[in-house]
Ligand binder design. Structure first.
Ligand SMILES: [Zn+2]
Length: 421
């Protein structure tokens, strides 16, 4: 019940008729009338089915909270379908735009209040960074650190750079033996804590004196810059990239359903769905660029970790099926627990080690399944960062530092363990 408190408090003061009552418009206008619902417990695959039709948006990848967002124009139809399937719902937020406006007022923070004083030498501690701020930091990082090099591995749909940082090991003479680690962040636009943590990890990596073993580390801190930018300017809940599709008002491809491994399972052909898989595997410039860059170093790769939020779970493959066990599952779980124990030791945050498809619904076309199934990387994970659903994507920036600290400790322990193999 604790997890619903902030939503419920705001729901009691929201007024859904804000658009017709003359309330001044805000940058959250696009979410006016959208609602957050808490579904009853035994929902099975029902939310996924309704999401595939484009009528709702499951919040939290694998159903840790069974919360869904329902667009204003889908409220009746979604409610009817859920009722038909015997799923009941409680309204947590009556109007998402008002909820976000109130939240910003309370935290006295908004995108327009960002100071211009950012000097790019460190990732921000106090707020989520714009894409331009991230670029500034990455350039500075690579200029200041001889072990780090910055490469654009491609361009997004709207022509933004997809940046990759390669951090070479402290003692390069051993690097071939140690192998490489791939960290991807920001593939889902609204999961702002993901790139924030990736940038802090980069800062730690360039300062590390060998405590992670002798790995080469490749980090793509922002895999979906168009969607991320859009989630700042226009739609805080935006998840997909910014592909223009044939249906007006239904743009975007879910980049984490676009990879070519059991493509289509648990994803949607419907352009309006939050899990729209795209017109074909690797239809998107972002996933193509990631695929090609990963393929270049595939023989070195020992670990692939994709950072998402929210749920505090370390997920291991397969995501596409509940009925088959991935190779190396016992090692994936054992090393995953090493990560979780080390992460917990920092701020007592619990990360559960679970199978991707095991909780609520299966999903294919994700980075971790592809890296395991196609590239044959032994350790592939999706890490769902803070929180467990209390704030969800709207996580206060005060979590950036502690979340980064615990993930760094977890990663260090994980890599140390793997380097002994
Ligand atoms: Zn995600």
């Amino acid at each position: 019940m604790m997890s619903t408190v902030p939503f419920v408090i705001v729901a009691t003061v929201t007024v859904i008729v804000a658009t017709v009552s003359g309330k001044e418009s805000s940058r959250h206008e696009i979410l006016r009338g959208h609602q957050i619902w808490q579904l009853s417990n035994d929902v099975g695959d029902v939310p996924l089915e309704v999401m595939q039709k484009g009528l709702l948006d499951v919040l939290g990848h694998f159903g840790t909270s069974k919360k869904v967002r329902v667009p204003f124009h889908c409220l009746e139809e979604a409610q009817r379908l859920l009722q038909e399937k015997g799923v009941s719902r409680e309204i947590l937020v009556e109007d998402l735009a008002t909820y976000l406006e109130d939240h910003e007022r309370l935290s006295k923070r908004s995108a327009t209040m960002k100071s211009d004083a950012y000097n790019c030498s460190q990732p921000r501690h106090d707020d989520y960074m714009t894409f331009e701020e991230m670029e500034c930091f990455l350039k500075r990082l690579s200029e200041d650190n001889p072990r780090a090099s910055l490469t654009s591995i491609g361009k997004s749909f709207e022509n933004r750079d997809l940046w990759m940082v390669h951090v070479r090991p402290n003692d390069p003479s051993d690097s071939e033996e140690a192998g490489a680690v791939w960290i991807e962040a920001g593939i889902h636009a609204r999961e702002w804590i993901s790139p924030a943590v990736a940038l802090h990890i980069l800062k730690e990596l360039v300062q590390d004196n060998g405590s992670i073993g002798n790995f080469d580390v490749y980090v793509v801190p922002m895999a979906n810059p168009d969607g991320y930018n859009y989630s700042f300017t226009s739609d805080r809940m935006w998840r997909k990239n910014r592909r223009i599709t044939s249906q007006p008002g239904c743009g975007g491809v879910d980049l984490n359903r676009n990879w070519d491994f059991h493509y289509g399972v648990g994803a949607s052909e419907n352009e309006c769905s939050e899990v729209y898989r795209g017109s074909e595997p690797f239809s998107e410039p972002e996933t193509k660029a990631l695929r090609d860059a990963m393929t270049k170093v595939k023989d070195q790769l020992k670990v692939v970790m994709s950072l998402h939020s929210y749920g505090q779970q370390l997920l291991y493959p397969w995501g596409y099926t509940k009925h088959k066990t991935a190779p190396d599952t016992s090692d994936l779980i054992a090393r995953g627990k090493v990560f979780a124990d080390a992460a917990k030791s920092v701020h007592n945050t619990v990360y559960k080690v679970v199978n991707s498809a095991g909780d609520l619904y299966k999903a294919s076309g994700a980075t971790d399944d592809w890296a395991k199934g196609v590239l044959g990387v032994k350790y592939t994970y999706t890490l769902e960062l803070r929180d467990e659903g209390m704030s969800g994507f709207n996580l206060d920036p005060s979590h950036i530092v502690p979340c980064s600290e615990e993930v760094w400790e977890g990663l260090r322990a994980l890599l140390n363990e793997i380097s002994k193999e």
